[in-house]
Every structure is written in C-alpha cells, then in structure tokens.
Design a protein around this ligand. Structure first.
Ligand code: CIZ
Ligand code: SF4
Length: 305
C-alpha cells in the first residue's frame, strides 16, 4: 500500500478516535489497515475493550450488530450496510416463532450468524468453535438449532442424548463452493498437506478432513502444527492472514470459496467511512436488550477451540 494512503488512514483514525476491526474473510487490503483481525466473537470482544469513540466494522451485518449489541454506547460504523450474510437471512422471526410454538419444550440455539431480531427470540447463541459445548450446557433434551444445517449436523456427531431439530439453512460459500472433489484434488496436488475445514462445510467434506475448526481454530492450529502445508476449507481470504502470520508455511484454499458479501467492504468504502463517520449501524433498544441475553449466555460458556 502506498505510504501516503496509509498516513491518511492513520491520521483519520487519530483525528476521529476510530478503530478499524476486520473479519478474517475481509479483502487483504482491508485486513492490512485494520487494528485488529479476527472472528466475529473476537471482534465483538475487541470492541468492548477499546477506548475508541467510533468502531469501523469490516464484516457482514450480523457481526457489526453483535459488536453494537455488546457495546450499545459506542458508535458502530458499517462501511456497506448491504454487506449481509445470506445464511443469516435464511431464518426470520416469524418462521422461527412458528417452530418454537410447535416445540414448546425445546431450547433455541442460534448460531452467531443470525440477525439481531432472531437472536432476541433465542435462548443462547453459539459460534462454530463452541456449538457442541453450548448445546451440552443446556438442560433441555430438545434443541432447535438455527440456521446452519451443516454446523448442526456436525454437533449431532458428538451429542447423542438430545434431539436436535435442524433448520435448513446453509452458507452458499461453504456448502456449494467447497466440494469433496475440490479438497481431494488439492490433496492429490499436495499429498503432505493437512486438511482443515470449517464445520459449515457439507458432511462429506468434514469426513475427509484431518481437522474441523472455526477460523480462529485454524489460525491457532497453523501456528502450532509441525506440518508445513495446509489445505484450507473455508473462505479463501483466511489464507492471507495464515500466510502473513506463518510465512514459512504454505496454505492452499479452494479457489471458488469466496464470500461475495464480505468483499462488498472495499478499501475505498472504509476510507469514506473514516472520513464521514457513516453509515452508522442502528438497532432498536428493545431488540438490543433482548439479543444481548443469548450472546452473553454464550460468552459465559466461552470458546470451544
Ligand atoms: O464467527 C465467525 O467469525 C465466523 C462466521 C466464522 C468462523 O469460524 O470464525
Ligand atoms: Fe455468511 Fe457464508 Fe459469507 Fe460467512 S462465508 S458471511 S456464513 S455467506
């Protein structure tokens, strides 16, 4: 990146007392100017620990919402309000309420990839790293799990004493664009590489993996493993961070594993947000208060990886 551009960004950050948080799936040039890069929960925690007045949140809508819910007094700026997660949009309050009425004895577990109003009618949230731990912590023997069928099916492998009702949502990037054949082809090209995949992938992809991790789990494993090569079954931009932190190792993504919604946050939009301090993400007080309960309940349980 050009030095004068970097200087301009730093000057704007300082002048406005703003911090830039970027998700692991963001474009490389956005990751490069961020004060912190992480998964959605990391970023929400960072938002809690900053003294900044403005949080420029580079990620999809539900992630910015989670940061706002945990930091109601801070201003969260989302550089492109249209950057949403299609999986999160596969469940809505009306249909979930209908299912909850059919199963009044069930607890609802909402993956963090849900909108704030869906969280507001859920009992507890989970991430890809702690879904099993969260479900196990519940007294209820019946669970409604929304919206990711693949993460739900993955959790079912470890939980035999509860009935888990799965919502039929999925992540188009992980479900459609990371296929068993893609992983097998990469393995043929790189026979010594370890295979790590995200639990949002299809069961047949999970079956051939050496490890199943959240993005943060992959970051940790890449650092700690003695292996020098990794096939990475998640959104491909995670490999940018993995390579930056482990320059002596090689990371092979599936080339089609791109989340177009994450890429809506461009460097230009981030700079514009820094200059104009908009668009601000707003959530109603009522939804914020209700949605905070399942998120905080999950945070008490902690990470699972
Ligand atoms: O929680 C996140 O950031 C997501 C959606 C992915 C992951 O595994 O970190
Ligand atoms: Fe949503 Fe999938 Fe994109 Fe993650 S990669 S934000 S789950 S569409």
């Amino acid at each position: 990146m050009k030095r004068d551009l970097l200087e301009k960004i730093n000057e704007l950050k300082k002048r406005n007392n703003a911090v830039i948080l970027a998700h692991n799936y963001q474009l490389p040039e956005v990751q490069d100017i961020a004060d912190f890069v992480g998964d959605s929960l990391d970023l929400a925690r960072k938002a809690m620990n900053t003294d900044a007045d403005y949080i420029i949140f580079c990620g999809v809508n539900f992630m910015a919402e989670t940061a706002k819910i945990l930091n109601p007094d801070k201003v969260v700026i989302h550089p492109d309000i249209g950057s949403r997660c299609p999986m999160a949009d596969m469940v809505d309050v009306e249909s979930l309420s209908w299912l909850q009425e059919k199963h009044p004895d069930a607890a609802t577990v909402a993956y963090v990839n849900t909108t704030a109003d869906v969280k507001a009618i859920s009992d507890i949230c989970c991430t890809s790293s702690n879904a099993v731990k969260v479900i196990r912590s519940l007294e209820e023997k019946k669970i409604i799990f929304v919206p990711d069928q693949n993460l739900g099916m993955y959790a079912k492998r470890f939980i035999k004493d509860k009935e888990i009702i799965l919502w039929q949502g999925m992540c188009p990037t992980h479900h459609n664009n990371i296929r068993k054949e893609d992983i097998l082809r990469l393995k043929e090209e790189h026979p010594d590489a370890e295979i790590m995949v995200h639990p949002e992938c299809r069961p047949e992809v999970i079956d051939i993996a050496d490890f199943v991790f959240s993005t943060n789990g992959m970051v940790r494993h890449a650092r700690e493993s003695s292996s020098r090569e990794f096939i990475v079954g998640t959104e491909k931009e995670l490999c940018y961070r993995l390579k930056k932190e482990n320059p002596e190792k090689e990371f092979y993504p599936v080339p089609t594993a791109v989340c177009p919604n994450m890429k809506k946050i461009t460097l230009d939009k981030v700079i514009r947000s820094l200059e104009k301090l908009e668009p601000e993400l707003k959530i109603s007080q009522d939804i914020m208060e209700k949605a905070r309960i399942p998120i905080e309940r999950m945070m008490e349980i902690g990470r699972g990886d």
